[in-house]
Design a protein around this ligand. Structure first.
Ligand SMILES: [Zn+2]
Ligand SMILES: [Zn+2]
Length: 362
């Protein structure tokens, strides 16, 4: 289904990147599901539109094809937070991949994998999870490295320290639920009366009511800020994998726990080296003479240039293995191998002498 993202953000097709960003912020604030004016469906739609129009390349793609089917996935991002970038939900390479990296957080093969296994959110004032896609070069993915992320997120309001009350004032205990955040309600059903607990409508489950909201965050306890975060990319990460950074998502509502940050890694291809799991593959072209008599040739490896010994009598298509010259294993120790496929070039222009020499073969 084609969606008009320009219409969703209320901007003309000619809008500048700045105008699109402004429109997105205004609408994201307006529709944020935690707000009284919130509307989760609209909020997601606005996020989806900004994900496309806020990115130069995707916007150009969208303008060319006229719709966003190329980018979206019908299963949708579910309840995954403020930056529901639909294309992150396309499958990765290692389904269900799930390990703990301590400092790094967890690396997942794709978002479906962890979404299915994820525990339910503990509280309803928890901040949203964020998902960000980064591009990393081939060798950084092999050996690991750092990446500086710059992004906007809701952070704890410094003026009220997340409490939501104007400095010098404090929230009052909700009179309707006595601070419990829920009330008992007797419901009549076909099976008789059922006593159930519902979220207190007066305080919306908070247990307290802010009499004078903080002027900076309007009582939310958090504000949108541009953030810079240096993350570690673990050695051996592969294209399509997602790294979890616990607690680096958005600040919770009025001091609630932070959401998590998920960074999806897109590995840029290398002009000459390829990756197959933990192995590196490449091809080396050698001459007919080198194949027959053997030689040493210069090749490129992830560790830099190296000399490869071509044994005499090497056939075209033969694979020479450099053990331990592959990718460090993400799980466990050691490295994969570098596999070099040798291609023999048959000579096309021969001198009379060369022809005579070859005639003597067989
Ligand atoms: Zn505040
Ligand atoms: Zn209440």
């Amino acid at each position: 289904m084609a969606k008009d993202y320009y219409q969703i953000l209320g901007v003309p097709k000619t809008a500048s990147a700045e105008e699109i960003k402004k429109a997105f912020h205004k609408l994201a604030h307006q529709y944020h599901p935690d707000k009284a004016s919130g509307n989760e469906a609209k909020f997601k739609e606005v996020n989806e539109a900004y994900q496309i129009l806020g990115d130069k390349d995707k916007r150009a793609q969208y303008d060319r094809f006229g719709n966003a089917d190329f980018w979206t996935n019908q299963t949708g991002p579910g309840n995954m937070g403020g930056f529901d970038f639909s294309q992150f939900y396309r499958g990765g390479e290692n389904n269900g991949f799930d390990i703990n990296f301590g400092d790094f957080g967890d690396v997942f093969g794709d978002l479906f994998g962890f979404r299915n296994n994820r525990p339910n959110r503990k509280t309803n004032n928890q901040g949203r999870d964020l998902e960000i896609s980064i591009k990393t070069d081939f060798l950084t993915a092999v050996f690991g490295g750092e990446h500086v992320l710059t992004f906007e997120k809701l952070v704890t309001c410094p003026a009220c320290q997340g409490k939501g009350s104007q400095a010098g004032t404090s929230a009052k205990t909700c009179p309707d639920c006595g601070g419990r955040g829920f009330i008992n309600r007797l419901q009549r059903t076909m099976l008789g009366n059922i006593n159930s607990q519902i979220v207190c409508p007066t305080c919306e489950g908070e247990g307290s009511i802010i009499s004078q909201p903080c002027s900076q965050c309007h009582g939310e306890g958090r504000i949108l800020r541009k953030q810079s975060l240096t993350i570690k990319i673990p050695a051996g990460v592969s294209n399509g994998q997602t790294i979890k950074f616990a607690g680096q998502g958005e600040a919770g509502l009025r001091g609630g726990p932070n959401g998590d940050l998920y960074v999806k890694v897109k590995v840029q291809p290398h002009p000459r080296l390829k990756r197959e799991g933990d192995d590196i593959t490449s091809t080396a072209n050698i001459s007919f003479r080198q194949a027959a008599l053997g030689d040493k040739i210069k090749i490129e490896t992830v560790d830099g240039p190296a000399l490869l010994k071509i044994p005499p009598g090497t056939q075209s298509g033969q694979v020479i293995i450099l053990r331990g010259k592959g990718v460090p294993k993400l799980r466990g120790y050691g490295r994969g191998n570098h596999l070099i496929e040798v291609k023999v070039t048959t000579p096309t222009k021969l001198t009379k002498e060369q022809k005579e020499a070859l005639e003597k073969l067989d």
